[in-house]
Design a protein around this ligand. Structure first.
Ligand code: C2O
Ligand code: CU
Length: 599
């Protein structure tokens, strides 16, 4: 840090970023098998960042230390009031950070935003390892009492490179990523590497989270997986209390297991056992079991809750060597849509969605899978409104276009087309408008459906209702009546009629039923007061689906953008590339787009 500061113009000792993050390449071996990966400050996860809610802004300088890949860093779940240029999305909120360059992200953490977030890269498949926890601390005492907290970041580990994973998804014929080779917890996983086949390292292990007896812990769980939707339960700790969903406190809600999709976060309170209880059980280590759902086969992983006590001996089991028993230790249910999400209510009783009378219109986001060409050279992709999102389009990022004064919004065209403007390939919304955004789960050509965690950037909307089957005003009203009180969140499951996912050997995926192409088999509704001007992504947080096009962009109040901070335009607006030099791929950049710094 001191070498870095020395390079800065001296404008007072206080002028330094709150955090410096360096995105680079490194060899990881989460489950002992080596993989070239993108890391943040050399590790995966990167450092846990902490900042306090309130008026102070946080300034994070991000360096791209990679030789041949562009990058950006996104602050997942954090509202970007007044700082849409800090949202960290290529083609939408900024030029990507070219190799050897850096970018300054500065944003405020609004009062009331205390909670659990994450940061991750937003270019190509690097997100599979380039992520970290971001904790927004309460400015006062948190509304729930706890003695301490622990952070549990869930991830997927693949042996294929980021480039191969992405390239396969976009190839003809299409090559699926398959399920990950390991589920990681805080970057760790148990594994048995075969050095005949792969380069190996030793020392990988199941993550151990240690606690003291007789205490209350806040366990913050972060879904940083690229693909896996996980169920989690704790051995001999049959229930816990949910207190936070995606950065908002909720009234305590008892649950026996946790459901975490990619992009979602939860906090729960865990009351640890007393010494007497531990003695009665005869052990001090307990499995936390992880199993994936909504796929044709299940992935398994774990972490270990270890009591830090010398007062009684452990149960003799070596936690690092018993993984094969894992998936039998704690029974977890089969897939079921919506979990406890209809019953969880906001802690702040005054927190309520905008009234129906304020809703100006309904915007539809119709995610569906399509295939092209003959089967031996078939491409597979995901679309909304017939358009496959690509992080390379438009050639100039939306927000830069808007600051240049070159983005013309045709609200009428969008309103006439369920909210989608076919010219800009976006969902334009006027500043201050209240809209219902309906995610539709539409059957593919082969009659299949999947469950998708849709994520919205910019601001947390209210989740108004979840449904299965066709969407209609009647279905919406009935589902709302079934919801105790809407909560805010930024990543929401859009499920489907239970019998329509891919056929496979396990769980509900086994039913092998299809639904006619184009039929809507499930939906979820967000209600958004669009008072945060900026260009914000809306996408499925399953990275393979996103790579295959499952995303779109909300353009909120493009006429009322906040001014750029003084001096920021030099870094933000300009780049040293002629249009012909625009790389064909952000994640495989070879020269081309370069951000020129003046300092
Ligand atoms: Cu965590 Cu655009 O996503
Ligand atoms: Cu998806």
């Amino acid at each position: 840090m001191s070498a870095l500061l020395a390079m800065q113009p001296l404008v007072g000792a206080a002028w330094a970023p709150d955090h410096i993050l360096r995105i680079g390449n490194a060899t990881l071996a989460a489950d002992c098998t080596e993989r070239q990966s993108v890391t943040i400050n050399g590790t995966s996860p990167g450092p846990t960042l902490r900042a306090q809610e309130g008026d102070n802004s946080v300034w994070i300088r991000v360096f791209n230390d990679m030789e041949a890949e562009n990058t950006t860093l996104h602050w997942h779940g954090i509202s970007q009031y007044g700082s849409p240029f800090a949202d960290g999305t290529p083609a939408t909120s900024q030029w990507p950070i070219a190799p050897g360059n850096y970018f300054d992200y500065e944003f405020k953490l609004a009062a009331g935003s205390a909670g659990t977030y994450m940061y991750h890269t937003h270019v190509g498949f690097s997100v599979v390892t380039a992520y970290g926890a971001f904790i927004v601390e309460d400015s006062d005492a948190p509304p729930y009492d706890y003695d301490d907290e622990r952070v549990v970041v869930l991830g997927d580990f693949y042996y294929k490179s980021d480039y191969n994973l992405s390239a396969g998804l976009l190839a003809a014929p299409f090559k699926w990523t398959n399920d990950p080779q390991a589920l990681t917890v805080n970057g760790n996983a148990y594994g048995e590497c075969d050095s005949e086949v792969k380069a190996c390292q030793s020392g990988c292990h199941t993550e151990v989270v240690s606690v003291e007896p007789d205490r209350t812990y806040r366990i913050r769980v972060i879904g940083a997986t690229a693909l896996s939707f996980l169920y989690m339960a704790l051995e001999d700790h049959p229930s816990f209390e949910l207190i936070e969903v995606d950065g908002d406190y909720v009234n305590t809600h008892k649950a026996s297991f946790l459901e975490v999709a990619s992009g979602q976060r939860y906090s729960f309170l865990l009351r640890t056992k007393s010494i007497d209880e531990l003695r009665a059980l005869g052990k001090t280590r307990f499995w936390a079991n992880l199993e994936s759902r909504w796929r044709t086969t299940r992935s398994y992983g774990a972490w270990i809750l270890e009591y830090n006590t010398t007062k009684l001996p452990g149960d003799g089991a070596d936690p690092y060597s018993t993984l094969p028993h894992l998936n039998k230790t704690i029974p977890l249910p089969d897939e079921a849509p919506f979990w406890v999400m209809n019953e969880v209510t906001p802690l702040d009783a005054t927190q309520a969605p905008p009234d129906d009378s304020e809703v100006s219109r309904t915007i539809f986001v119709d995610g569906t899978q399509l295939n092209s060409g003959p089967s031996d050279a078939q491409k597979t992709f995901w679309q909304t409104h017939g358009y496959m999102y690509s992080e390379e389009m438009p050639a100039t990022p939306y927000l830069i276009q808007a600051y240049q004064g070159g983005l013309t919004i045709d609200y009428d065209a969008a309103i006439a087309n369920e909210g989608y403007d076919n010219t800009t390939h976006s969902l334009p919304v006027r500043a201050g408008e209240v809209v219902d955004i309906v995610f539709l789960n539409v059957a593919s050509a082969s009659g299949t459906l999947e469950a998708h965690p849709w994520h919205i950037h910019g601001k947390h909307p209210y989740v108004m209702a979840y449904g299965l089957g066709e969407f209609s005003e009647e279905a919406y009203a009935a589902a709302r009546a079934n919801m105790t009180a809407p909560i805010k969140r930024d990543t929401v499951m859009v499920c489907s009629r239970v019998n329509a996912v891919y056929a496979g050997p396990e769980g509900m995926a086994y039913s092998n039923t299809t639904i006619p192409q184009g039929q809507v088999a499930g939906w979820t509704v967000f209600r958004l007061r669009a008072d945060v001007p900026g260009a914000f992504m809306l996408h499925c947080h399953i990275q393979p689906h996103f790579t295959m096009g499952m995303g779109t962009v909300l353009l909120i109040g493009m006429e009322e953008l906040p001014p750029l901070p003084e001096g920021f335009a030099d870094q933000y607006m300009t780049y040293n590339a002629t249009p012909q030099d625009v790389p064909t791929s952000f994640f495989a950049l070879a020269g081309g787009r370069v951000i020129r710094r003046t300092s």
